[in-house]
Write a new protein. Structure first.
Length: 415
């Protein structure tokens, strides 16, 4: 198969897990003999990379300002990044005409506008939208769910776009199929109005060889390491975990917990988080690692006594959570989005309500004081991850799915 893969940013430009997953999928498909081309934005570090085409009209050197906040909210920004950019459309259209792909996969187009999607729909081959979150819903149905305008002119722009432009985008830009990563995300698209018969679910996988089960049981003492890994922003909930650990430090004696935070975010949020750490009195027991490569993440998960996944937003389906499960860490996660689809509460981890530091602190205290329970949960989680969330099996399913979409499109095109 020749596949064109559209994505708003691509490694080495990274702000989260989605672009790293896309790279891993693309490399795996190439290893299986498929000709996969990436269409993304401009970036000096992408120059010379085989099969990478720079088409979207923005510079990934500015990725933090674009994707993590910091740019002024203007009407021009809305048009360029959320509606339509003509230069991006022309470049994508030209590249797709030259490539003549058998299939186009439109991955997360957050901040890339609808230009790439519209170019894909005119390329004469089937289009699959890879939906790891609600980006396609924002793009085609309700920009107001993504942008919360505070000024009257901003509200007018968003309202006009939602009522006038988005119906046209749905007509001209809707993909043939949508592949979501959880039943939760599928339900979000059905609720928005996308036809359920065009939506499929394909759970993600991880390279389980990178995350072998821990060699021995969890420590029986009270000197425990708690690990958080993820993009540093409010929706991932690290501030809730910090508050929970602050509660435990003030209220529970004999419990020595250290916190390791892995991940990057905007300077504004990191400043806020560091202030919360100081306010909660756990600065001396907290280490902020920043971004680490997969090998570093694997090492930190392997040494974790507790992995806490405190997301406050509707988490689609986290590969970091699955990696922690595979490593044998005892997992505490919030009951949001697709997370309950990844683990069974009380069997493979503990689920708690989001944004509830008190309940989270109670769950941490419960497992911190019971090493046998930590081992039991960690072993069950690891067994499930290695059995069900293999990246190799995921790629095989994905390859079969793409082949089926191409075959069905061929049948429809027959007289």
């Amino acid at each position: 198969m020749r596949i064109a893969w559209l994505i708003s940013l691509y490694p080495p430009y990274i702000v989260g897990g989605n672009e790293m997953l896309a790279r891993d999928i693309i490399l795996a498909l190439r290893q299986r003999g498929h000709d996969v081309h990436v269409l993304t934005a401009h970036g000096a570090e992408l120059n010379g990379l085989d099969g990478v085409h720079q088409v979207s009209n923005y510079d990934l050197a500015d990725k933090d300002a674009i994707f993590l906040g910091g740019r002024a909210f203007t009407a021009r920004d809305i048009l360029k990044h959320h509606v339509f950019d003509r230069a991006s459309y022309v470049a994508a259209q030209k590249t797709l005409r030259e490539l003549k792909p058998d299939l186009i996969v439109v991955d997360n187009q957050y901040m890339a506008s609808a230009a790439g999607l519209l170019a894909a729909r005119g390329a004469g081959c089937p289009v699959v939208a890879q939906a790891a979150d609600k980006w396609l819903r924002y793009l085609l149905w309700d920009l107001g769910l993504l942008i919360k305008p505070s000024q009257s002119w901003q509200r007018a722009v968003v309202s006009t776009y939602s009522h006038l432009a988005q119906p046209l985008l749905r007509r001209w830009g809707s993909p043939d199929r949508i592949l979501t990563i959880s039943e939760f995300i599928k339900d979000q698209y059905v609720e928005a109005g996308f036809p359920e018969t065009h939506i499929d679910v394909g759970y993600l996988g991880i390279d389980t060889s990178l995350y072998p089960p821990r060699a021995g049981p969890h420590s029986g003492d009270n000197n425990l390491q708690v690990v958080f890994a993820g993009q540093l922003w409010e929706g991932k909930g690290p501030q809730v975990l910090v508050e929970a650990l602050g509660l435990l430090r003030r209220q529970v004696t004999g419990l020595d917990l250290s916190l390791r935070i892995v991940g990057e975010g905007s300077e504004a949020f990191k400043t806020f988080l560091k202030a919360r750490i100081r306010e909660q009195g756990i600065e001396d027991r907290t280490l902020l690692d920043g971004f680490v490569p997969l090998s570093g993440l694997a090492e930190r998960l392997r040494n974790a006594d507790l992995f806490v996944f405190p997301s406050t937003w509707d988490e689609p389906f986290s590969i970091t959570l699955v990696a922690a499960m595979a490593s044998g860490a005892a997992v505490i996660a919030t009951r949001t989005g697709g997370t309950p689809e990844a683990l069974i509460d009380g069997v493979e981890g503990i689920l708690v309500p989001p944004n509830d530091a008190t309940t989270l602190a109670g769950a941490i205290q419960l497992l911190a004081s019971d090493p046998d329970r930590r081992n039991e949960l960690g072993q069950a989680a690891s067994a499930r991850a290695h059995r069900q969330w293999s990246f190799k099996a995921y790629i095989q399913r994905l390859e079969q799915y793409y082949s089926l979409v191409i075959a069905e499109a061929g049948k429809k095109g027959q007289p």
